[in-house]
Design a protein around this ligand. Structure first.
Ligand code: MIC
Ligand code: SF4
Length: 647
């Protein structure tokens, strides 16, 4: 047959329903799932609500986000997660074992298989040739229960990598280059497949850096081939048996091809406040730096930390810079401590941080007021660092260290020394003692601290109702805008409490206004423009608005994971093309939804703006299944109804 790329080959092997035609809905079998704690508690509460006695997938529950423990909440959540994992057959990776995506690549990811994870950077495992997607917690719960996973069959862009990177460029510069081309908008329904002769020069961790940041483009997934390099990596992880070759057919057909000549790349940087605001480091060189941090699931592998250590050997961090390093996993940390690299990092004046998400999700290391912070992570949304006025620049480990040494933003290729080549280890340090295998004891009791609530129930969508425009927002609203993380992260298991912070940094009164509207018998809607719901897969950005009586998001376009989360919680996503609608509609306008059921049936929902006295025809774009979920008031109700009917 021929003509297939890696992505369609994997999808074909997992296809349960539909045809592999870009844009069509397909159902696939899921082999593996992952969760992290900040979204895991809700996902497992949802899984429990489905009433299944054991997971049907290879599933891993990681604790890496909420590890600050400045109160009982995090520790309570950890205990709940460990108990649930043990009972239902899920591996539990304890706090301290590392960041979910780094550890998953090391210990679990398998070429040719499918993975869904309740974290938008799940495609990191695409670095070993896996079809890995970030999804909402409810979708992970449904997959663990053995349900088919439905997605829009993506169109595939082939990124052809040619040649070899210059000495001071690395994988981060490659993905920033791709971001500068594809941007963070308009990539819904697209997947990226990396091929070309340049691939052979990239190690698995470097490939994982690249697939990781596909999340920032909003693509469905990014995948590298599984080749000799993958085989060597898995063998070095004592997982040689997990290797299979997954490569594209020579004459594979793609929807589009982008060629990147690696040899022509320069060190790049994503400037505030969007990962696609890409410039060359040389363009902004010389700007004083307050903070520089290496870590996160993007750049914290053994390879990255060895680059850091080699560059810092016998050097001192500039006195004006606070330099921190968070090794991505316990494996990485143990290897750099055993080979002496950690000592080189410590002696340079670096701060050693825990192997967790930490600063990347705004838990600690907030920069000073208007500070300049260089970070190797993947998101520099305004305020995510914990300091609204700070300017966060996303860079490679090489650029982060070069700048920490000089005190100003520095292109590493201007340093007066050469970069030492990094050899990938023939054997990684393997010790899975912090990954607890489940006993599947059906009678085990599950600890539920006071922070753990029930997932809030929604009711079926009313046929006709009135709703107020509770907020009107602009382009590229991220789920960090909708549902801030940082200090509020610990309330993820407590929807009532967390709902206080919906849109908190945009309108502090959003929560109170919404509840005041519902008390008067009026629901709420959110009006947005392009690319609503970028970034994190946090389903709380749908779940908490649902709790506040939001029935619809009216937008020009909505990003994939968030769009699915809205449907999972019974919130209609309704689309317009007409710019005039967006210009005229205002906060507090009263909208009348009359026989919305009929509208969902035809695909066009008619809404009367009673305040402005005009009628809108909004597009619903729902599949039959999605429509049924909306009518049922969300996926949980839908799946329960389906199970009761024996479907
Ligand atoms: C992120 O990087 O934004 C997070 C925190 O990992 C999120 C998950 C979350 O909000 O818990 C993500 O990427 O999905
Ligand atoms: Fe954690 Fe940051 Fe990666 Fe999200 S992007 S999983 S917060 S390290």
């Amino acid at each position: 047959m021929g003509k297939k790329g890696i992505i369609y080959k994997i999808l074909e092997n997992h296809l349960v329903e539909g045809n592999l035609i870009a844009g069509e809905t397909i159902g696939i079998k899921i082999d593996q799932t992952l969760t992290q704690d900040a979204l895991g508690t809700m996902a497992y509460l949802e899984f429990e609500a489905l009433g299944v006695d054991e997971v049907k997938t290879l599933s891993v529950s990681y604790v890496d986000h909420n590890t600050l423990q400045d109160g009982f909440e995090n520790a309570d959540d950890h205990k709940y997660l460990q108990d649930v994992a043990n009972k239902y057959g899920i591996y539990y990776s304890k706090a301290g074992n590392g960041i979910c995506h780094q550890v998953h690549v090391e210990r679990f990811a398998r070429p040719g298989q499918t993975l869904v994870g309740s974290d938008s950077h799940t495609p990191t495992s695409g670095g070993v040739g896996m079809f890995a997607m970030g999804v909402g917690g409810m979708d992970v719960a449904a997959s663990m229960a053995g349900n088919t996973f439905y997605l829009t069959c993506p169109k595939v862009i082939n990124i052809q990598l040619k040649g070899k990177l210059p000495m001071w460029c690395s994988a981060k510069d490659v993905v920033l280059k791709v971001l500068s081309i594809l941007t963070t908008k308009g990539n819904v329904g697209t997947a990226l497949e990396y091929t070309g002769d340049g691939v052979q020069y990239l190690s698995v961790p470097e490939r994982a850096t690249i697939t990781n940041m596909g999340a920032e483009m909003g693509v469905t997934t990014s995948v590298f081939p599984s080749d000799e390099i993958t085989k060597q990596f898995l063998e070095a992880q004592e997982r040689g048996a997990d290797w299979v070759e997954v490569v594209a057919d020579e004459d594979a057909v793609y929807d589009e091809t982008i060629t990147i000549d690696l040899s022509q790349l320069q060190p790049l940087v994503a400037c505030p406040h969007s990962p696609d605001n890409v410039k060359t480091v040389a363009e902004i060189a010389g700007m004083p730096v307050d903070q520089s941090l290496v870590g996160s699931c993007t750049n914290s592998s053994y390879r990255d930390l060895m680059v850091v250590a080699n560059m810092l050997k016998n050097q001192k961090i500039n006195p004006n810079v606070s330099f921190g390093v968070a090794p991505g996993s316990r494996q990485v940390l143990s290897m750099i401590s055993n080979n002496g690299a950690l000592a080189d990092i410590v002696m340079s004046g670096a701060r050693i941080l825990e192997s967790t998400c930490g600063f990347c999700v705004g838990c600690g290391q907030a920069p000073r007021t208007e500070g300049v912070s260089l970070r190797t992570n993947n998101r520099n949304y305004e305020g995510r660092s914990g300091t609204k006025s700070a300017n966060v620049y996303l860079v490679s480990a090489e650029t982060a260290v070069a700048s920490a040494l000089t005190g100003v933003i520095t292109d590493p290729s201007t340093l007066p020394f050469d970069k030492e080549p990094i050899e990938m280890p023939h054997r990684f340090a393997i010790d899975d003692s912090m990954i607890i295998a489940p006993t599947k004891d059906k009678n085990a009791t599950i600890f539920r601290g006071p922070n753990i609530g029930e997932p809030p129930a929604n009711t079926a969508l009313p046929k006709s109702f009135e709703a107020k425009v509770a907020i009107k927002v602009g382009d590229k609203i991220t789920t960090d805008h909708i549902m801030p993380a940082g200090p509020y992260l610990k309330y993820r298991s407590n929807i009532k409490k967390y709902s206080n912070y919906v849109f908190y940094h945009m309108n502090e009164n959003f929560h109170d206004q919404c509840l005041a509207n519902t008390a008067e018998g009026t629901f709420n809607v959110i009006v947005a423009h392009e690319s609503y719901g970028q970034g994190s897969s946090r389903e709380h950005a749908a779940l908490c608005p649902m709790y506040l009586g939001v029935k619809a998001v009216i937008a020009k376009s909505i990003e994939r994971i968030h769009g699915d989360n809205l449907i999972n919680f019974g919130i209609m996503s309704l689309y317009y093309d007409d710019e005039a609608l967006y210009t005229a509609i205002e906060e507090n306008d009263v909208l009348v939804f009359d026989d919305v059921w009929a509208g969902l049936e035809t695909g066009t929902v008619k809404v009367i703006n009673k305040t402005k006295n005009v009628e809108y025809a909004l597009q619903a774009n729902l599949t039959e299944r999605q429509k049924d979920m909306i009518l049922a008031g969300g996926k949980l109700n839908y799946l329960k109804e389906k199970n009761n009917e024996g479907l």
